[in-house]
Design a protein. Structure first.
Ligand SMILES: [Cu+2]
Length: 434
């Protein structure tokens, strides 16, 4: 079946986009750059990310991806030399409409060969991007052209299929989102991100691709809490979250305050009668999941991986277990050998968070637990962020901490049960997500 311009434009209108905006974006887009915002033309917000602009040439949407080494910051305090596309990891999100014909020019600025595989997408075999099998590798300095017509909708991915273990460990991956041509399944807020793991040994600057299971950074769109953008939503809006996982572990992603309908996988949309509800949905390795919910309760709701080691930043895993161990008689002995030694961990690890601000760790290494909320330390890191639901907001800027209405806040038994208003976060300790 052939999709003419009118069909495509009307389908764009169906997902809330005017044709004028679309063509303005297309004309204004510079090749091989990313759009200034993280919100795509059809409305997907890639957390801390960007949408790849395109130009239209002979009715084909033409995109450019440049594979390259980049400087990347997981959160203030930890920077690495990673690999990505167009200056970022994950690469910019490709956002298109079912029926589009697309052309992607892939330039390799790495010092080794690469390819791009279009994960989950129906295409001619020779466009599948498996180096050595369906195409020669893209050597350093070369540009390859992929061109195909999109025959499906849903949430997919792109990633190298060449020296894959290394290139994905270094951060090379991106989202590929195809909107249905009939405008079906429109939502008010449409968020997307990729889950990943990194081995950045404390004090080092390059991810270690040899690590197979013991990673120390767990990221949402290559950021860790508190640097992950919150998902800001107006009360009553219908929300979709698209999650993709190219890490080496599965991630049970957990929502507070709502239940999520699982509405799609990288096999495409799930028909309504077959959708199911969960508050924790597993994102398997090499898969995507779409979930939807109606944000009918205001608040600052946590959203995170439920593997508790995945909401931590860098930590040693080979430490002796000191919980319940009285170390008082050992302190003078150890302090004689290690000046400044502090015993920790007898009652638990919460005190680690309290020391994070003034105890110096290894260079280029964030504290294991971090983030300060209106009521104190959050003791989180890694794959943790917030869904901020607010009544009547006009802007999706971070609205700050939620102010709990009287009578809706847990209180200390025997304490003064006054209305406790959320204290503003102290400057310098706020949850920075840029
Ligand atoms: Cu996880």
């Amino acid at each position: 079946m052939i999709w003419n311009r009118r069909t495509v434009l009307s389908s764009l209108a169906g997902v809330g986009v005017g044709a004028g905006i679309q063509s303005a974006r297309a004309q204004g887009a510079a090749p091989a750059s990313v759009s200034p915002g993280n919100r795509g033309s059809s409305g997907v917000t890639t957390l801390n990310g960007a949408t790849l602009p395109y130009t239209i040439k002979d009715g084909v949407k033409e995109f450019r991806l440049v594979a390259q080494e980049i400087e990347h910051e997981f959160a203030p305090g930890t920077r690495v030399k990673a690999w990505g596309y167009n200056g970022r990891t994950p690469g910019p999100t490709i956002e298109v409409v079912e029926g589009d014909r697309i052309r992607v020019l892939v330039t390799n600025q790495l010092k080794e060969h690469t390819t791009i595989h279009w994960h989950g997408i129906f295409l001619p075999n020779g466009m599948d991007g498996v180096g050595g099998l369906t195409q020669p590798h893209i050597n350093p300095g070369e540009t390859y052209v992929y061109e195909f017509t999109l025959r499906q909708s849903g949430t997919y991915m792109y990633h190298p299929h060449a020296d894959e273990m290394v290139q994905m460990a270094m951060g090379m991956m991106g989202l590929f989102i195809i909107h249905p041509r009939d405008g079906a399944r429109a939502v008010d807020r449409d968020f997307a991100f990729m889950l990943h793991n990194w081995a950045v040994h404390p004090g080092t600057y390059r991810p270690d691709p040899a690590v197979m299971t013991e990673f120390d950074l767990w990221t949402i769109n290559s950021k860790v809490f508190p640097a992950i953008e919150p998902m800001v939503v107006r009360t009553g809006q219908r929300v979709r979250i698209r999650m993709a996982n190219l890490s080496m572990h599965e991630h049970p992603m957990h929502i507070h305050g709502f239940r999520m309908r699982v509405t799609g996988t990288d096999g495409g949309p799930i028909q309504e009668s077959a959708q199911w509800s969960e508050v924790t949905t597993l994102i398997p390795v090499g898969a995507t999941r779409d979930v939807e919910f109606v944000a009918d309760a205001p608040g600052d709701w946590a959203f995170h991986c439920h593997k508790s080691h995945h909401t931590m930043n860098a930590m040693g895993h080979d430490v002796p277990n000191t919980i319940g161990v009285n170390q008082s008689d050992l302190v003078p002995k150890i302090a004689g050998l290690l000046p400044g030694y502090m015993p920790m961990g007898e009652a638990g690890m919460a005190e680690h968070q309290m020391h994070a601000g003034h105890m110096e760790g290894p260079e280029n290494t964030m504290p294991m637990m971090t983030g300060i909320g209106p009521f104190g330390p959050l003791e989180m890191g890694g794959m943790f962020t917030l869904i901020k639901v607010r009544d009547g907001i006009e802007s999706y800027q971070d609205p700050g901490a939620y102010k709990h209405p009287s009578g809706t806040l847990a209180y200390r038994l025997g304490g003064d049960r006054r209305v406790v208003t959320s204290a503003p976060m102290s400057p310098g300790m706020k949850m920075d997500h840029h």
